[in-house]
Design a binder for this molecule. Structure first.
Ligand code: GCB
Length: 620
């Protein structure tokens, strides 16, 4: 029976019944927009009164009791039992949990409302409403009509606003946001992070021509021998441009002013393949994150982006960036500003996080466990920080449920659509620590295949688990046969024994592929000092890092290609109940919740300095 479900699902996928955000408008920063960030009104609605009537039947569209409808009470005798009004105001973007103590643990429905006026000069143009992300489920209404709904707390979406729906003044925009956790969603009920609810990222109106370039992807062609291209200073670039609707015939062009290059392509349909040679291109790398202004033009409308050109590939047991072996000196990050106990939501926040990454002397970050704000990959592009970015297929999501597969694939597609032009993103991850079983491996393998189909210009990974047995550490997850690198989370010395255990640990790897430690870490309460054997002391965490590093140096296979320890800063987690040290914080940060660096920060920083010096020596 299960087989039939899978066959049905695959058929659905191949006939494109899964729509995802196929119409996602990418690079909104490069377009004409009007921000809808700022102060909104809200109603907390744990009983779903705005959605269901007193018989718990869904309210009809015109029901005056529905919260998407505005009730103007003009006379004293008017009946009204819902109002969007002060003092119930909330900032967008922003999670609700950090904005008022009553929200701290809240999971459920909150209605958001604001008015906006019709933007000027939009005659003959189209208007879209764009959300960077809403966690988890959003139903969006404009002037009492539903524009659509979106599920998935970390990916962008947009809806078209039809002309006849728009008024000159005071358009009533209402968003029903719900962040309940369910077993058949992605992620599922059980995670080790805070379930921050709300409109957590930017909201804007995007103004476009009637026919326009909606998405594009260009990068170095994968089939070129990059060392030869570097030598000849001639590079093949390829990709595609997608219009919002098909065209019978026309022309699109790509210009890279700095290279004095303009290429024209005949267009028909809605997707145009592009392919050209670029001479004297400077490649994007961690030392020189060169970005080019690239202008895509159609019908005298252009959209500009900043794009880096680089090739990331695996050669046997090595990871190569532009043909040269690279070791990933990484660190994992949650999308959180710990000092303020909130989700990160701005460019400034991205600068704060990457500032710490750079201080650590890292060249890579693992954005865990979901796609982060677009500010992150954009900034990483300009700083030369390599990224791993992931969908929240985490722990025990329901692998037997084809609907859950569909939801995961939609999030995967939305993640790739938004960020596929970011040179910094070198790894797409399809999940984290998923427990081995037949249905799980099927599920995950399909995600790996889908990823490769959507984008062949990066590596595909999943954070796997180690299988400990009598001092032996086996890396033999069957999913490893499908991923480009073997990424592993291991906590030898924290969840298993003490750091002493690292001294004698033996590692057995089933696959001859680059080996990457996607997590390793130990908890420490910032400022708690004791003997090194004392759990949660900074000394214990430092000891853990010292022993791990010795193990990497002495016992790890040659294929060891990098690490992204767990984690940059302490982060909020409702699962952590040690009342002395945790109090709802996961304490594995190298930096504490007040921004103080713990001892282990410097241990890792020194290791990274040493590795960098060696690499520089080698590349001389
Ligand atoms: C893991 C998970 C991560 C947790 C971490 C921990 O393996 O991937 O999400 O937060 O361990 O601290 O236990």
């Amino acid at each position: 029976m299960k087989h039939f479900l899978w066959i049905f699902l695959i058929l659905c996928l191949s006939f494109n019944l899964v729509t995802a955000q196929d119409n996602l408008i990418i690079n909104t920063e490069g377009r004409e927009t009007v921000s809808l960030n700022g102060t909104w009104f809200y109603i907390i609605d744990p009983y779903e009164t705005g959605f269901y009537d007193y018989r718990f039947k869904e309210r009809p569209e015109t029901d005056p009791g529905a919260y998407w409808n505005k009730l103007e009470s003009t006379k004293k005798s008017d009946w009204t039992e819902h109002e969007f009004k002060s003092p119930n105001t909330i900032n967008v973007p922003g999670d609700w949990n950090s904005q008022d103590p009553k929200f701290l643990f809240y999971e459920g429905t909150v209605w958001y409302q604001r008015n906006f006026d019709k933007p000027k000069a939009i005659n003959n143009k189209d208007l879209y409403l764009y959300f960077g992300a809403v966690n988890y489920e959003a139903h969006v209404y404009l002037n009492g009509k539903k524009l659509g709904m979106h599920k998935g707390g970390f990916t962008a979406f947009n809806f078209k606003i039809s002309e006849n729906l728009l008024k000159e003044k005071d358009n009533n925009l209402v968003v029903h946001v719900n962040n309940n956790r369910y077993p058949n969603e992605v992620p599922t009920v059980n995670t080790d992070w805070w379930n921050y609810g709300g409109i957590t990222r930017d909201v804007k109106l995007v103004i476009t021509p009637k026919q326009y370039i909606q998405q594009y992807h260009i990068q170095l062609a994968q089939n070129q021998d990059i060392l030869k291209s570097i030598k000849k200073k001639r590079f093949q670039v390829e990709g595609w441009i997608k219009l919002n609707k098909p065209l019978s015939s026309g022309e699109v062009s790509i210009t890279i002013p700095e290279l004095k290059l303009t290429k024209k392509f005949q267009a028909s349909g809605d997707s145009i393949k592009v392919n050209f040679e670029a001479k004297k291109l400077k490649l994007w790398s961690t030392e020189n994150p060169k970005l080019y202004d690239v202008v895509f033009n159609f019908n005298n409308n252009s959209i500009a982006d900043k794009i880096g050109f680089r090739k990331i590939e695996v050669d046997g047991e090595k990871i190569l960036l532009n043909g040269r072996q690279i070791f990933l000196r990484g660190i994992s990050i949650h999308e959180e500003i710990s000092e303020e106990q909130r989700r990160a939501n701005s460019k400034k926040d991205a600068e704060r996080l990457f500032g710490k990454v750079q201080e650590l002397n890292a060249n890579m970050a693992r954005l865990a466990h979901y796609p982060h704000n677009e500010y992150m990959p954009k900034l990483a592009d300009s700083l030369g920080i390599l990224l791993w970015t992931e969908i929240p297929v985490y722990w025990t999501i329901d692998f037997d449920n084809p609907e859950v597969y569909k939801k995961s694939e939609i999030q995967l597609k939305e993640m790739i659509t938004r960020d596929r032009n970011r040179a910094s993103v070198i790894i797409w991850s399809v999940g984290n620590e998923t427990p081995v079983s037949k249905s799980r491996t099927n599920f995950m393998t399909n995600l790996v295949k889908k990823t490769k189909q959507l984008d062949d210009t990066r590596l595909v990974a999943a954070a796997l688990e180690v299988h400990y047995n009598n001092g032996f550490n086996f890396v033999d997850d069957p999913l490893g046969a499908y991923t480009d690198i073997i990424a592993l989370n291991e906590y030898l010395g924290w969840y298993i024994g003490t750091p002493e255990a690292c001294k004698t640990a033996e590692w057995k790897l089933k696959y001859n592929k680059p080996f990457f430690i996607s997590e390793t870490g130990a908890g420490a309460k910032s400022g708690y000092h004791d003997v090194k054997e004392a759990r949660f002391s900074e000394e214990y965490q430092q000891w853990y890092y010292e022993e791990q590093i010795k193990m990497f140096k002495n016992q790890f296979p040659k294929s060891f290609s990098g690490l992204s320890p767990w984690i940059l800063t302490d982060f909020r987690s409702p699962k952590r109940h040690n009342q002395t040290y945790q109090r709802n914080w996961n304490r594995k940060g190298l930096i504490g919740d007040q921004g103080n660096k713990k001892l282990a920060f410097f241990t890792l920083q020194n290791y990274y300095k040493e590795l960098e010096a060696k690499e520089n020596q080698k590349n001389k």
